[in-house]
Design a protein around this ligand. Structure first.
Ligand code: PEP
Ligand code: MG
Length: 323
């Protein structure tokens, strides 16, 4: 399949009207990085940092992590990498860091909540990231934020660590951007000041959808009942898109849906300009964007909603089938 799309690798994901969508890749392993060149991704939209913690029996050392993050930056070769700080808990269990007896781990003591309550490991990870940045552009985002002050506290911690490292003469990134993952519905309703304070926002669609529909993403039986292209979820996404437009906050979407053709085209038609996905999805998604007219698709989506269709899946599928 990769071969089939190889001729598109160096072409932009531009629709027939000239609207360009930035296609980035998700990664989490060193082994993922060769795909950056092979897939033609514009950068790494999400680098999950859990794996180095999940595969060990103790907290990794700062130097080990800095070394690994440095190799990620080297492999990216000037393309931007968005590192997500540790998101343990929920489906990612690290027995040596976190109790496993929570009744609802997905809504429990996970991700940034752990980092804010026990900042030692988070601070160590931030130092490792900053050192790996070493004069290069870098983006860092915090997972699973439910309140604006969780973001500002984490960001202030990051900036303090950066200033301290710089004072000590240690390497720090150039053009550091600090972002929030939007994975809980509450942030969709946060005050405007939250949107203004984020250098960028990345929608974690897997978690956002799970909490929007109150349907466990790990439970096949309930997960399949709810369609990402359901009108109420699209209303919610549009609200986030509009709010980011007002504050001028760059918005991306990095859940699995970004790599599914029908969902990806719908997200782009609604106005999301950056999608981050598995490397193998970049070719197929780019192929469709280049054939599509996103303005026309948007009208088709609006019409389906005005006609009272609960999901726009049939309308979008039909449009793509006739490209
Ligand atoms: C998400 O929730 O959509 C996401 C990108 O993060 P993860 O799948 O790692 O929770
Ligand atoms: Mg998530």
């Amino acid at each position: 399949a990769q071969k089939r799309y190889a001729s598109l690798r160096d072409l932009p994901a531009q629709d027939r009207n000239g609207t360009t969508i930035s296609l980035m890749m998700n990664a989490g392993l060193m082994a993922d990085l060769p795909s950056l060149k092979g897939s033609g991704a514009d950068g790494v939209g999400l680098f999950r940092t859990e794996l180095q913690f999940l595969t060990r029996t103790r907290v990794p050392r700062r130097d080990e992590l800095a070394q690994l993050y440095r190799r990620v930056m080297d492999a990216a070769d000037g393309k931007r990498v968005h590192f997500r700080t540790l998101d343990i808990g929920s489906d990612k269990v690290v027995p040596y860091m976190k109790p496993q007896d929570e009744p609802n781990p997905a809504m429990g003591w996970r991700a940034l909540r752990v980092g804010l309550d026990k900042p030692g490991v988070l601070r160590m990870q931030l130092q490792a990231l900053l050192r790996a940045g070493n004069g290069r552009p870098m983006s860092i985002m915090f997972p699973f934020i439910a309140l604006p002050e969780e973001f500002t506290t984490a960001r202030d911690m990051l900036l303090r660590v950066r200033d301290r490292e710089a004072q000590l003469g240690r390497p720090v990134p150039e053009d550091l951007r600090v972002g929030a993952m939007l994975e809980t519905p509450s942030l969709g309703f946060a005050p405007d000041s939250f949107y203004r304070e984020c250098d960028f926002i990345s929608i974690g669609g897997n978690d956002l959808k799970q909490f929007f529909f109150a349907a466990d993403r790990e439970n096949e039986r309930v997960r399949r009942r709810y369609d990402t292209l359901d009108g109420s979820f699209l209303n919610f996404l549009e609200r986030i898109i509009a709010r980011c437009a007002v504050s001028g906050t760059p918005l991306s979407f990095c859940g699995e849906d970004a790599g599914r053709p029908i969902e990806a085209l719908t997200l782009a038609a609604l106005g999301i300009r950056t999608l981050s996905m598995r490397p193998a999805s970049i070719g197929p998604v780019k192929h469709l964007i280049r054939r599509a007219d996103l303005t026309e698709l948007r009208q088709i989506i609006q019409k389906a909603r005005n006609d009272g269709q609960t999901t726009v899946r049939a309308a979008v599928t039909n449009y793509l089938a006739h490209l």
